[in-house]
Design a protein around this ligand. Structure first.
Ligand SMILES: NC(=O)c1ccc[n+]([C@@H]2O[C@H](COP(=O)([O-])OP(=O)(O)OC[C@H]3O[C@@H](n4cnc5c(N)ncnc54)[C@H](OP(=O)(O)O)[C@@H]3O)[C@@H](O)[C@H]2O)c1
Length: 281
C-alpha cells in the first residue's frame, strides 16, 4: 500500500510549511482542518476536529502515518488530543511525528506536551518528537502590528538568547521524518543558526524594515498589566510569561545541527525570515 500521511494543524504556521515540503516531494498526504475552505485549492483536505470524534474515521481512512500538532495557547491540549490518539491506536496507525517544543519539561505548569508524548510512548506508537525552538515567524504572527504601527516588540523574554527557527525549516524536518526511514524514536531539537536576544532581534528587524524598533524588556508585572489594559484574558499573560521564561532564564540558549543533519540544508537565518515576512507582502 502507498504511504499516506494525515497532516493535522495543516492551516497553521508549521502545517503550511509541511504541506509545501510534502508537495515538493510529491508525497501522498491529506490536510486536516476544521474548515477545508482555508486550504489552497490544489491541496486535498478533509474536515477534522480534535473535539469531534465523528470526524476521525474519514480523516484516517487509508492513512498509515500522522503529523500530530496541538493547537497553541491551550493548556489542556493533552485532553484535546487524547481521543484522537486513542483512535489512532485502535486503528493500528503506528507512525506519528509529534510537535512539542524545546525545553517544555522545564515548565511544570505546562505538562501538556510531556503528557501527550507519554501517552504516545505508552501506547506503543512509532514516534518522532520535534522540539522546535521559538519560531522566527512569531514576530509576524504575534508582533506585526506592534512592530509596524508602534515601533515596538512587546515580549517578556528578558535578555536571554534563543535560536529562532524558521517554520519552513521545521516543515522540511517534519516532511523528512514522515517520508524517510531512520527517524523513529528520535527527539529532534530544531533551532535556527544563531543565538539572539530580543534586543538583538529588535536590531535586526530595525535594519530590515528601515526604522527603529524598540524592545523595552518589561518585567513580568509590567507585561501582565499592559496585556490586562489591552483587554487580554489573564491566562494569556500567565501563559506567555511562563513560555518566555525559557528565554529569560537561558534554558533555550543553544543551537543544534538538526536542520542540516536531517534535511541536508543549512537553517535559514533570522534576518532572512524577517525579510520574507516583512518586505515581501
Ligand atoms: N510559536 C512558537 O514559537 C512555538 C515554538 C515551539 C513549539 N510550538 C508549538 O507549535 C504548536 C503550534 O503550531 P503552529 O504555530 O503551527 O499553530 P497555528 O499556526 O496556531 O495553527 C494551529 C492549527 O491547529 C488547528 N486546530 C486548532 N483547533 C483545532 C481543533 N479543535 N481540531 C483540529 N485542528 C485544530 C488549526 O486548524 P483549523 O483552524 O484549520 O482547524 C491550525 O491549523 C503548539 O503545539 C506549540 O506549543 C510553538
Amino acid at each position: 500500500m502507498e504511504k499516506k500521511i494525515l497532516v493535522t494543524g495543516a492551516t497553521g504556521t508549521i502545517g503550511k510549511a509541511l504541506i509545501k515540503a510534502l508537495t515538493e516531494q510529491k508525497a501522498n498526504f491529506i490536510a486536516a482542518t476544521r474548515d477545508v475552505n482555508k486550504l489552497p485549492q490544489e491541496v486535498k483536505g478533509i474536515a477534522f476536529d480534535f473535539e469531534d470524534a465523528s470526524s476521525f474515521a474519514k480523516a484516517t481512512a487509508g492513512v498509515d502515518r500522522v503529523f500530530l500538532l496541538a493547537p497553541p495557547l491551550n493548556t489542556l491540549a493533552d485532553q484535546l488530543l487524547y481521543p484522537f490518539i486513542d483512535h489512532l491506536h485502535k486503528e493500528n496507525i503506528k507512525r506519528v511525528v509529534y510537535v512539542s517544543a524545546l525545553e517544555m519539561d522545564a515548565l511544570p505548569k505546562m505538562p501538556f506536551h510531556s503528557n501527550v508524548i507519554k501517552r504516545l510512548q505508552s501506547s506503543g506508537f512509532d514516534l518522532t518528537v520535534l522540539q522546535p525552538s521559538f519560531f522566527a515567524q512569531n514576530f509576524k504572527n504575534y508582533e506585526f502590528e506592534n512592530i509596524t504601527k508602534h515601533n515596538i516588540i512587546y515580549a517578556v523574554a528578558g535578555e536571554g538568547k534563543v535560536g529562532f527557527v524558521d517554520a519552513e525549516d521545521i516543515g522540511r524536518v517534519a516532511a523528512t521524518a514522515l517520508t524517510a526511514d531512520g527517524h523513529s524514536g528520535k527527539f529532534y531539537e530544531i533551532t535556527g543558526p544563531e543565538l539572539l536576544s530580543y534586543s538583538d532581534a529588535a536590531k535586526v528587524i530595525s535594519e530590515v524594515i528601515g526604522k527603529t524598533i524598540v524592545y523595552p524588556n518589561p518585567t513580568a508585572e509590567q507585561f501582565s498589566q499592559t496585556l490586562a489594559q489591552a483587554g487580554a484574558p489573564p491566562f494569556i499573560a500567565d501563559y506567555m510569561i511562563d513560555v518566555y521564561s525559557l528565554i529569560a532564564n537561558n534554558r533555550v540558549n543553544r543551537i543544534t545541527s538538526v536542520v542540516e543533519n536531517v534535511t541536508g540544508r543549512k537553517p535559514t537565518s533570522f534576518k532572512e525570515v524577517i525579510k520574507r515576512d516583512f518586505l515581501k507582502q
